[in-house]
Design a protein around this ligand. Structure first.
Ligand SMILES: Nc1ncnc2c1ncn2[C@@H]1O[C@H](COP(=O)(O)OP(=O)(O)OP(=O)(O)O)[C@@H](O)[C@H]1O
Length: 341
């Protein structure tokens, strides 16, 4: 059964609905990402869950307890949730230990029990050896880990994370993704993670809520978002690939190479549907569909190409060999996913 449910929640600023009728059922211990472009309402959704924003419509329920509705608003500190911010929000004059232990100190815990509990949290993020340092003597990744330990000491039901890796460089982000997954596995808490970076969401989350203009486009596993996007918008937002217009209704169908060949051979007809073609499903062959190379990017282990079909629509594909701009090659499209026009 779902532990945390958002039921038709909405938030308006003036006439503008920044969160528009979102419903999610989140299981205990799930790692969930709220993913979407800038301004789509992710942070506002997270802030409503945390209790920093009031709802205009709908309900938020945690463990059968009504946290929020237009008539009811449980204060943030009474929701047993903990939030990790992009900026870390560490106190410069407190040590790592006292930063991480702040919530316990507030509750009046002192002495050895205090130190033991904070150390346990610091060990979870491999920072026990730095307990006496001050934040300015830490790297960005270490500071973010202190912020994680701080949210852990209070044993929250739900950990809310607002773009926590946005300030870190690319290499550190990759290693922090592993840290977050380990941290999640060890704590068993439910994680809700806001990001506009789909690779980050795909790498970490069990389930992703894809948002656009305040609305929920799709609520699904990373694999389903990639293989079976529910809309053209999700198909172009998630992963690489081309969406080709076709003359038939094909929505929700797995299309094989013979279907694809017949759809493309009739490309002069009126368009009634579309199909998503991922680059890994386009193979260069001796006898297939003729395409003309338009664009090449060197990727180290292979090249990535964009090439035009006879009707001017383009596909993306990978190939190990060097192809020149304007060169024609034959391709076979082994698989595609049907979409609405
Ligand atoms: N207090 C506010 N008053 C008016 N408009 C607001 C307020 N807070 C947010 N908005 C607007 O609501 C929309 C959604 O904002 P939100 O921060 O939730 O988006 P986001 O998806 O988290 O974007 P980003 O990734 O850029 O942080 C934006 O258009 C924003 O300008």
């Amino acid at each position: 059964m779902a532990q945390l449910t958002l039921e038709n929640i909405s938030k308006r600023y003036g006439e503008h609905a920044v969160v528009d009728d979102i419903s999610l059922a989140i299981d205990k211990g799930q790692f969930v990402a709220l993913l979407g472009p800038s301004g789509c309402g992710k942070t506002t959704t997270l802030r409503m869950i945390a209790g920093f924003e009031q709802l205009d419509q709908g309900r938020i329920v945690l463990n059968d307890r009504l946290l929020a509705s237009p008539e009811q608003h449980i204060a943030p500190e009474q929701r047993n949730m903990s939030m990790v911010f992009q900026s870390y929000a560490l106190w410069p004059h407190k040590t790592v230990l006292d930063n991480a232990g702040y919530a316990l100190a507030l509750r009046g815990l002192r002495g050895q029990p205090y130190r033991d509990q904070v150390f346990a949290a610091l060990e979870t993020v491999n920072l026990g050896h730095l307990a006496d340092r001050f934040p300015q003597a830490l790297s960005g990744g270490q500071r973010q880990r202190v912020a994680l330990a701080r949210c852990l000491v209070s044993h929250p039901d739900v950990v809310l994370l607002d773009e926590p890796l946005a300030n870190l460089d690319v290499h550190l982000r990759a290693s922090m993704e592993t840290t977050f997954r380990d941290f999640h596995a060890r704590t068993g808490a439910t994680f809700i993670y806001v990001t506009h970076d789909q690779a980050e969401a795909m790498a970490m989350a069990d389930r992703i809520a894809v948002m656009n203009h305040g609305r929920l486009e799709q609520w699904d596993t990373p694999e389903n978002l990639y293989r079976r996007p529910a809309s053209r918008w999700v198909a172009t937002f998630i992963g690489k690939g081309a969406v080709l217009d076709v003359p038939s209704h094909v929505h929700g169908k797995n299309l094989r190479s013979d279907d694809i060949l017949s759809l493309l051979s009739n490309s002069g007809a009126m368009h009634r549907g579309a199909m998503l073609v991922r680059p890994e499903h386009v193979m260069v062959v001796d006898d297939g569909i003729e395409v003309t190379v338009q664009h090449r990017v060197y990727k180290g282990e292979r090249y990535q190409y964009i090439a035009n079909l006879a009707d001017g629509q383009s596909v993306t594909f990978y190939h190990a060999r060097l192809l020149e701009h304007g060169q024609t090659v034959q391709v076979q499209i082994e698989h595609a996913w049907g979409l609405d026009l």
